[in-house]
Design a protein. Structure first.
Length: 292
């Protein structure tokens, strides 16, 4: 089997890069194509996978290239969502990283984001920070949470960092904080869990976490308001063994179920089931993914 991965590689941590790495881990032949070169993609692949990169929803690749799927990431952004809705009809199957978006598209499947253990896995060493959060303020109310965390826990890392540093930063923290703006299972959850650090995140509407096998007080800790958040952080900073027990369980379930290798396998399985298209993995050695 040979895959065409179509996305604009404008960042080294865009989702498509993680799928390239998953192909290599599964010994699958694949080629990367920039969207600008869509007209040059040959009809020789077993599957064409376009991965959302958030910068071009107008360009389509030739209609005869089939079967084709689209993995939509930015469905939580209104402007992107309108364009994704228009694009969906041009694909045989659409995957959305947000469950709510998948339920609103007729041909969509829910395929959450995940982690890459190489970048996000545990790095040995003693904790340096009480709380860590890597990302942007993201508007209200997350920026208020982050400011309060800075004031209450000055020995913390709250800010931006290169994607290659995520595993190290979260591994050196006692607690990894998350606030999901779009009420979804975001990638930060998996990044913190993969590092073997206690994830403290806002409770989501619906049962998305339960669908992924993630349980509060067993794999992570959930809060519903600032009044709940800070007492929880104080408690788990003071109770090291309980904190580590939950963090270990969270790391184990992510490692066993929620890496990009798992996501690629899920995607291929659903394509086979939904489109009636057997996709056989090559057993012989194949070259690493090429970039055109």
């Amino acid at each position: 089997m040979r895959l065409a991965l179509i996305f604009n590689k404008t960042r080294p941590d865009t989702t498509g890069v993680y799928f390239e790495r998953a192909c290599r881990a599964l010994n699958l032949a694949c080629d990367h194509w920039w969207l600008r070169d869509a007209a040059e993609i040959p009809p020789e692949y077993d599957l064409y996978v376009r991965i959302d990169h958030g910068d071009d929803y107008e360009t389509c690749f030739p209609d005869h290239l089939r079967p084709r799927v689209f993995y939509a990431i930015d469905t939580h952004l209104p402007q992107s969502w309108r364009k994704i809705q228009r694009m969906a009809k041009h694909y045989d199957l659409v995957f959305c990283c947000h469950r709510a978006a998948a339920s609103r598209l007729r041909v969509a499947e829910w395929l959450p984001l995940a982690c890459d253990p190489v970048f996000h896995g545990r790095v040995d060493g003693l904790p340096t920070w009480d709380v860590a959060f890597v990302g942007t303020a993201g508007g209200v109310p997350r920026k208020f949470y982050l400011q309060a965390l800075r004031e209450r826990y000055p020995n913390s890392f709250i800010g931006s960092a290169d994607h290659t540093q995520l595993g190290s930063i979260y591994s050196r923290a006692r607690i990894g904080f998350n606030y999901s703006i779009a009420n979804d299972v975001n990638m930060r959850m998996f990044e913190v869990l993969a590092a073997g650090t206690l994830l403290v995140t806002n409770a989501l509407e619906g049962d998305d976490l339960a669908q992924l096998g993630l349980e509060g007080r067993r794999h992570l800790v959930l809060y519903r308001s600032p009044q709940e958040l800070f007492p929880l952080i104080d408690y788990y900073l003071a109770h090291e063994e309980e904190r580590r027990t939950i963090a270990r369980a969270g790391a184990e379930i992510v490692r066993d179920r929620h890496t990009y290798v798992h996501r690629l396998e899920q995607l291929l399985s659903r394509v086979s089931q939904r489109l009636g298209r057997p996709l056989q993995r090559q057993t012989q050695e194949v070259p690493s993914c090429a970039s055109s």
